[in-house]
Structures are given as structure tokens and as C-alpha cells.
Design a protein around this ligand. Structure first.
Ligand code: SF4
Ligand code: SF4
Length: 593
């Protein structure tokens, strides 16, 4: 057995705990230093001497220690270890020239580490913490594999890698100027028109990068990567902040790179996006923050289905206790006789040159209304009108008595996560059910002592979702909860929304671009149409089938169903299925055939 001991220094607080991890360690009691205090003031576990009893894990009041036993064969596959008792990554994915490799896995499981290595930004230490490894030595480790050739070329300067990083919100700090200047500078002598058109950047060419929204920055970053060119392209979470139409266009722009014989890596949490863009899938599994193992390669269809099943047949490993399942049928409309509906009147809201008109509508008790439409069409404005945060153009303001609202961009407050959630959940906060159903699945049990001001964007998003869903309310408004969440976390959110609606008879409104989350949770759809940034029209809620047909027909996109898992898959434009479904007028709910 290979022992992996990880101490999370962000959670470890030796001055507050009395170091029970050391005091109660059985080997230490027998004068064997399996764990001792290090010079940096934090404990160090000697993995050779540790017997893996787990007592330190149980005794640590801050859940700072993880001890896992892995098959000893994995030892030779260690690619990178960040330090003593730190996260480690086993194995690497690869991409053959002229193909797109998709990477699927939880947050904190090593995808970005693998991509940094493949980009040449992080030199893998193969677990040797003291010795500096050269790229030649790294290449030798992969003798006889495609990765050896990759690293050999990289070390010889014969492989140009272009990397689109995950965090695009930092771009305005690093790059100044207008979009046109930036792209022209990167493209050199190459024309930029084709890429600009593919990513719908025409109207942004004269805009300063500092004035771009998240979705605009993402498209700029993808365009810049494509124009920079290379033998290998790496895209880390390219679908974030994009709406459905933009995702499909970005996927097809990325896909076009294989025609030039490039190797392309894409890591993303939107399964439809990954499904559309990839040829091959590698799955990352393990324990977030502790270790990650790269499995595969799998063919596209097999890889996504394997991920949904939570069982990797090549490795004979179950990496998730439950399966993520889809239905090919639209859900039955909620029973309107089950309780009162809530209503909103026809309203208009103008911001500068943008005008939103909301048609009169209603939501039934116990239903989840999915809200879909392009970016800049007024979805968040509608949510703010419902929340009573804005009045309409006539000065009227909706005042529902009891509602809970998660804004698109949650703001941190100067308090701990525990204080924020305790206030929201009341006495439920201390129950085991609250821990098992909300805190643990969203990974919040380990954040409770942290101040909200110190959280990352993804952590803040999870806290904001939990806070919103913890409050006692009749109406829940969630604006883009999937941002920064991985597939599992999105599934957890979907289950929670459904349960809130079913058990508490809540009215839930969900603005979302990830159609998988909408598919899992919603019972009816509200479709927003119009011209982004100019005029928007919010249609009343309609059945899922009608809503998806309305929404997707405007985008010209159809979905088929996977034969095995029933998951929705985007049809290639103008393929036989695409044409047949458009003729039938069925854009989303078709039986797997
Ligand atoms: S690991 Fe836990 S028990 Fe050990 S010093 Fe850190 S906080 Fe204390
Ligand atoms: S797992 Fe057991 S042996 Fe290992 S450090 Fe913890 S208490 Fe000591």
C-alpha cells in the first residue's frame, strides 16, 4: 500500500488545537516519530512510519488531515507533488496531433496542475522534492509513450504551446488597450477577421479590455489563444461566463484547430460543451486537495458516460457513490391544484439604451422555473425586479414577502462562513442532515472557519448558494449558480432545488446557461428573446418541451440523446439528425435512437 498523508496548512491551527494529532498518534506514544512538529510550526507526517490508523484525522478539530492508502503500483506514476504532505498528481493525459482531448473531473483534483505541466509552466518533480528535474529526465520517465515525444519536443523548443488560463478575470490587470489592438498585436501578420467573427467580437473591437464583461473577456481570451497559434493548445474552462450560443460557437472555433494538425486539451465542467468539442476523454478522480489520478483514455461517448456512472472500467475503480442520470422525457408540469400560484404583471425596465419587457406570468407552487436566454438580454434584471431590488419604469416595485436571492456575483462580507450559514439556517445548522446534505456535498464543511473576504470566487459561490438555500423562504431566486462549480456540485444543487420545491412547496427561479443543470432541476422554462444589449422580452413560463424548442430554434441548435445515458448531446450543424429534428420541430426532447 502507498500511504498518502496530506495536511492542509490553510486549515491547520496548531496554536489553537493543542496538537492532538501528535499527542494521540500510536507510533509517537511508542517513541516512533510518525508525526512531529516541523520547523515551520506545522506538523509533518512521515509516510514511511505512519501506520495509517487515522487517529490524527479523527482528533484534528479543524479537519486539516487526510490519510489515504493507494495501490502501491501507483507509486511509479507519481507526476508531481507540491511539497511534503501535499497534493499529488498521478499520471498525465495526452493528445495525439489533430485531436481534441477533453479532461473531466472535480475541482481541486489536479486538472489545472496537469495543464500547467503540459503547457511547460510547471516542471513535474516526479515526487522528488529536493532534486531539480530537467525536462530530459521527465521525458525519460515516459519512455515509449506519446508523452515522451511531447516533452522531448518541448525541451528542444520544437513544440509551441498556447495556454488559455482558467482565471480570465485577471486579464484586464495584465493587458491594457482596445480589443482590436490586442488581437492585432497577437496575430502579427495573420488576419483577425475570421476568429473575430466566429467568437462574435465585432462589436467589441473598439472597446477597452477593462470595460469587458466576463463572457466578453472569455471570448477575447479564446480568440487570442487561437490567433497566437501553436502546435498544442490548452483551454482551461473555456465555457465559463458564456451563454449557450456562445459556448457552441467557441467549441466549434476550438474544434477547427485540429484541421491544422494541432494537439488540443480542453478542461471544462459543462458536459455538453466537452461532448461537442472532444475526440477523447481522460477522467481525473481521487480526493480533491489530496490526490488526483488520471484514468483513460476513453472514447468520447464512453468517457462521458463513464464519468456519469462514477465507475471507471479500465481501472476497475468506483470514484463516486452515485450515478448521474438523465431522463429523455420532459418532466410533468407541476400540479397547479397543489397550492396558490404567484403572479407578476406586465412590466418594462429601461437601462440607458437597453429595454426589457416582461410579459405577465405566474409560477406554480412547488416548481422550478428555469430561465434561459443569451447574455445581456435582461435575465438578471428580471430576477432583480422579482426580488424587489429594482422598480419598473412606472415606479412600481414587486414586494413578495418572503424570498431568498443569490445574485450573479455574490459579494463577500467580513464574517466567517459558519456565522453566515448559521444565521441563514438557524437551528438546522447544527444538525447532521444539514452537514450531510449541504455542507459536505458542497465542500463547505472545510471552509466554516474561513472569513468570507478570504474566499476564492468558487468558494464564495458555493457559500452564497448554501446561504440562499438555507433560508426559510417561499421564493428562491438563483442567478447563475453553476459558475465555478464542478459537475458533482451542480448535481447537488439540482437535487437541493428539486427537494426544496417538492418538500417545502417553494417557488424557485433559476437563471442558468448550463443546460444540464436546467434539465436536472426545472419543471418549466421562461425564455428570454430579443437583441442582447438593446431589447429583451421575457416570455411567460411554458412547458420544458415548448421552452426548449422555442429557445433552441432561435439559436439553430438541436440536441439528440445518448443511447446509453440519455444525456443530451449537441448535434453537429447540418448533420442528418440536426436537419431531421429541425423538420420535426423537436430541438431537445427526442428519444435515444
Ligand atoms: S493537523 Fe489538526 S490537530 Fe494537528 S496541529 Fe493542525 S489543526 Fe492541530
Ligand atoms: S494516521 Fe495514525 S500513525 Fe499516521 S500520523 Fe496519524 S495517528 Fe499517527
Amino acid at each position: 500500500m502507498l500511504r498518502v498523508a496530506v495536511i492542509d496548512l490553510d486549515h491547520c491551527q496548531p496554536t489553537k488545537c493543542g496538537t492532538p494529532c501528535i499527542t494521540f498518534c500510536p507510533p509517537v506514544r511508542n517513541k516512533i516519530e510518525a508525526i512531529k512538529m516541523g520547523e515551520n510550526g506545522f506538523p509533518i507526517i512521515n509516510e514511511e512510519l505512519c501506520i495509517g490508523c487515522g487517529i490524527c484525522v479523527a482528533k484534528c478539530p479543524f479537519e486539516a488531515i487526510a490519510i489515504v492508502n493507494l495501490p502501491s503500483e501507483l507509486g511509479g506514476d507519481l507526476i508531481h507533488q507540491y511539497g511534503v504532505n501535499s497534493f499529488r498528481l498521478y499520471r498525465l493525459p495526452y493528445a495525439e496531433p489533430g485531436t481534441v482531448t477533453g479532461l473531466l473531473g472535480r475541482n481541486g483534483i489536479g486538472k489545472s496542475t496537469a495543464l500547467s505541466i503540459l503547457a511547460g509552466q510547471l516542471k513535474p518533480n516526479l515526487g522528488k522534492l529536493e532534486d531539480g528535474q530537467g525536462w530530459e529526465e521527465v521525458a525519460k520517465r515516459f519512455r515509449g509513450t506519446l508523452i515522451q515525444d511531447y516533452f522531448k519536443r518541448m525541451s528542444a523548443g520544437m513544440l509551441r504551446v498556447t495556454y488559455k488560463p482558467q482565471n480570465i478575470t485577471q486579464i484586464p490587470r495584465a493587458v491594457k488597450g482596445r480589443v482590436r489592438e490586442i488581437l492585432t498585436r497577437i496575430a502579427g501578420s495573420k488576419p483577425i477577421n475570421d476568429v473575430v467573427e466566429r467568437l462574435e467580437l465585432e462589436h467589441l473591437l473598439d472597446r477597452e479590455v477593462s470595460a469587458l464583461s466576463g463572457g466578453e473577456l472569455q471570448r477575447l481570451a479564446i480568440a487570442a489563444a487561437i490567433l497566437r497559434g501553436g502546435d498544442c493548445y490548452i483551454f482551461d474552462e473555456p465555457s465559463s461566463f458564456l451563454d449557450v450560443r456562445q459556448r457552441v460557437r467557441a467549441a466549434s472555433a476550438i474544434r477547427s484547430l485540429v484541421g491544422e494538425g494541432a494537439r488540443v486539451f480542453v478542461a471544462d465542467h459543462d458536459l455538453s460543451f466537452l461532448d461537442y468539442v472532444s475526440d477523447t476523454i481522460f477522467i481525473f478522480y481521487g480526493e480533491p486537495g489530496v490526490y488526483g489520478i488520471v484514468s483513460g483514455p476513453y472514447s468520447l461517448s464512453e468517457g462521458v458516460n463513464t464519468y456519469l456512472e462514477g465507475y471507471a472500467p479500465l481501472e476497475n475503480v468506483r470514484f463516486r457513490r452515485y450515478e448521474i442520470a438523465f431522463s429523455s422525457h420532459s418532466p410533468p408540469a407541476p400540479d397547479s391544484a397543489g397550492g396558490p400560484s404567484i403572479y407578476w404583471y406586465r412590466m418594462a425596465k429601461t437601462y440607458g439604451s437597453f429595454r426589457l419587457v416582461v410579459e405577465e406570468g405566474s409560477a406554480k407552487m412547488g416548481e422550478v422555473v428555469g430561465i434561459v436566454g443569451p447574455n445581456g438580454i435582461g435575465k438578471s434584471t428580471f430576477i432583480k425586479l422579482l426580488a424587489g431590488l429594482e422598480s419598473d419604469d412606472s415606479g412600481n416595485r414587486i414586494e413578495y414577502r418572503s424570498l431568498s436571492y443569490k445574485p450573479q456575483h455574490p459579494e463577500p462580507r467580513d464574517e466567517t462562513v459558519a456565522d453566515a450559514l448559521r444565521r441563514a439556517a438557524g437551528k438546522d445548522f447544527d444538525t447532521e442532515l444539514y452537514r450531510s446534505e449541504l455542507l459536505r456535498p458542497l465542500g463547505l464543511d472545510r471552509l466554516l472557519d474561513r472569513n468570507m473576504m478570504d474566499l476564492s470566487g468558487g468558494e464564495l459561490q458555493r457559500v452564497a448558494i448554501a446561504e440562499t438555500l438555507s433560508k426559510e423562504a417561499a421564493i428562491y431566486l438563483l442567478d447563475e449558480p453553476s459558475a465555478f462549480l464542478d459537475v458533482e456540485e451542480r448535481y447537488v444543487v439540482a437535487r437541493l432545488l428539486k427537494r426544496l420545491a417538492r418538500e417545502k412547496g417553494a417557488y424557485i427561479f433559476l437563471v442558468e446557461h448550463d443546460l444540464m443543470l436546467v434539465d436536472f432541476s426545472a419543471t418549466r422554462l421562461m425564455v428570454f428573446t430579443g437583441k442582447p444589449g438593446i431589447e429583451g422580452r421575457a416570455l411567460p413560463p411554458m412547458s420544458m418541451r415548448e421552452g426548449f424548442n422555442r429557445f433552441l430554434s432561435e439559436l439553430g441548435i438541436t440536441f439528440r440523446r445518448d443511447k446509453k445515458s440519455n444525456r443530451p448531446r449537441v448535434n453537429k450543424p447540418d448533420s442528418r439528425l440536426d436537419r431531421a429534428q429541425k423538420e420535426m420541430g423537436e430541438y431537445y426532447y427526442v428519444e435515444a435512437g
